[in-house]
Design a protein around this ligand. Structure first.
Ligand code: GDP
Length: 525
């Protein structure tokens, strides 16, 4: 690919994630988008979920069992002149860590809100992560086919709870049983509910009047919508693309994912406004990597084992930041300086995975991995060293002692532990003197998933004994005296053999600090 082609390819890319509280409709809207992209033939998760068939984004066995989306997956499709990458994010709060890292790999976010519920806790949490990155956020107020909250209220809530300006792009005409359509402010038309094809659009004339003899004449809800649109045009936030690009204003779209109402209009506007892949900063210098630099560079944001039960593989997901990925290229792994050939890579087209021929900035490729990669790793071609900024780390709060139920299964136990820990959802520690395994996670569910996968994928039953919620504090090895350890402040070491205490509670930590005033403790390494 020459420079001009590379440029053109990068400009077509749109890479984003959907953030929402569980049940707001993320899966449903994702499926609608995949449907528009021609990736799946029919969209309709609800029925499918009930009959035991699952959304293409729900891969793992455990997700099916629990009906929640646990892992991040990647879906790619071509729509109009764009190549779209959707990075799926687990909705359950116990998996927020996985989601945070995925959010580091996108250029924009879509926030799906249930219009009956407004902004829910998980949305708020994820919003904060996205906001920090300063990337554009687009809002879809979902479930308009149900009675929800006053649209003016919903917009005000964005400002009140999230501190972001909301700018309405369209406005509901009725709601629930009274839903008649959307007043499309941007395109100056009305989109009728439950109409197919071009029939569903009614253009407005220069005085914003509907054509004579239309379905909406005399409908009270229409007059109300017009009144509200006038109000927001006058008193609402003015559309400001600069603010949108910086994540300080969010364009707001109303609709109903389930009835495929307003979704395509949303997708069209979103893809026009969302940015193509941008520059990436380096960890230790002010240098930047531009997306159309010809040297290839990428970072690993997720590692996952055994996504396909037919192949016992492990995949490192990398986000390309520059250059072109071609099968068989030689890259340097920045952390070790090791050069490796990338022969086996896969890109993600909903449920089938296809071999990648070439991919550019913004694309996600999955690299088959035999244990070379860690989360946060940078890979690059060319002589100039590239190291992207570190990904955020989390400190686990819950801990479990783990062992294999059957001592004869030590080998698969160790293998499973190593691989699952490398995926980054759970952290592994060893007790300082006895070398027992301790797992740390941000939530209970992660332990359940771990246990389930050990059995399912590594054929190893594990026994876990909770040691409760604890605070992890690292200590300088120079200052360490093993006699400092007790059951209230358990001494363990992390994967890099660095010592830390797991304090039972704040009281235990304070006691320790008082007893050893010179010892420095830190919440992160
Ligand atoms: P997720 O947890 O955010 O992925 O949510 P899902 O897409 O699985 O949707 C959760 C539930 O809400 C399902 O029962 C969907 O059918 C339902 N749902 C999604 N979108 C809509 C909508 O626009 N209207 C209505 N009435 N229900 C919806």
């Amino acid at each position: 690919m020459d420079q001009k082609q590379l440029n053109n390819e990068v400009k077509k890319r749109r890479t984003f994630a959907i953030i929402s509280h569980p049940d707001a409709g993320k899966t449903t809207i994702t499926e609608q988008m995949l449907y528009f992209g021609g990736v799946i033939r029919s969209a309709g998760t609800v029925k499918a979920k009930k009959s035991g068939q699952f959304a293409t984004s729900d891969w793992m066995e455990i997700e099916k069992k629990r009906g929640i989306s646990v892992t991040s997956s990647v879906m790619q499709f071509h729509y109009r002149d764009k190549d779209v990458n959707i990075l799926d994010t687990p909705g359950h709060e116990d998996f927020s860590e996985d989601t945070y890292r995925t959010l580091m790999a996108v250029d924009a976010a879509v926030m799906v809100i249930d219009s009956a519920k407004g902004i829910e806790p998980q949305t708020k949490k994820l919003f904060k992560v996205v906001k920090k990155r300063g990337i554009p956020i687009f809002t879809f107020m979902n479930k308009l086919d149900r009675d929800g909250r006053d649209p003016l209220d919903l917009i005000a809530e964005l400002e009140d709870l999230l501190n972001i300006e909301g700018c309405a792009m369209n406005w509901p005409i009725g709601m629930g049983k009274e839903l008649k359509g959307l007043y499309d402010i941007t395109n100056n038309r009305v989109e009728l509910y439950r109409k197919e094809g071009d029939d569903r659009y009614l253009p407005l004339d220069e005085n914003n009047k509907l054509p004579a003899g239309n379905d909406l004449e005399g409908e009270g809800v229409y007059d109300q919508a017009v009144g509200e649109v006038d109000l927001i045009k006058e008193a609402g936030n003015t559309f400001d693309i600069k603010k949108i690009q910086a994540g300080n204003q969010t364009p707001v779209f109303f609709g109903s994912a389930l009835t495929n109402f307003g979704v395509q209009t949303f997708l069209d506007s979103f893809l026009d406004m969302a940015p193509a892949p941008g520059e990436h900063k380096m960890q230790n210098s002010d240098d930047i990597v531009k997306p159309d630099d010809t040297e290839f560079s990428a970072f690993v944001f997720k590692i996952q084992a055994n996504m396909n039960p037919n192949h016992r593989d492990r995949i490192a997901f990398v986000r390309i930041c520059s250059g072109e990925f071609e099968k068989g290229i030689d890259v340097t792994l920045q952390r070790t300086g090791k050069v490796m050939r990338l022969n086996n890579a896969t890109e993600f087209m909903s449920d089938q995975r296809e071999q990648v021929k070439s991919a550019v900035a913004g694309d996600i490729v999955g690299l088959y991995d035999t244990g070379n990669f860690q989360i946060g790793d940078t890979i690059y071609t060319g002589k100039k060293e590239v190291q992207f900024e570190d990904l955020p780390q989390f400190t686990p709060e819950m801990f479990m002692q783990v062992q294999a139920k059957n001592v004869m299964k030590q080998k698969s136990f160790h293998k499973g532990m190593q691989q699952l820990v490398q995926e980054g959802a759970v952290q592994l520690y060893r007790t300082y003197t006895t070398n027992d395994y301790i797992l740390g996670a941000v939530g209970q569910l992660q332990f359940e998933v771990f246990q389930f996968r050990m059995k399912n994928e590594y054929n190893c039953d594990v026994v876990m004994n909770p040691i409760g919620s604890r605070t992890a504090r690292w200590i300088d090895p120079e200052q360490l005296d093993p006699a400092m350890s007790s059951t209230r402040n358990m001494l363990v070491k992390d994967m890099e053999d660095q010592p830390l205490f797991l304090f039972e509670n704040r009281f235990a930590e304070n006691w320790f600090v008082n007893k050893y005033p010179d010892v420095k403790l830190s919440s992160k390494l």
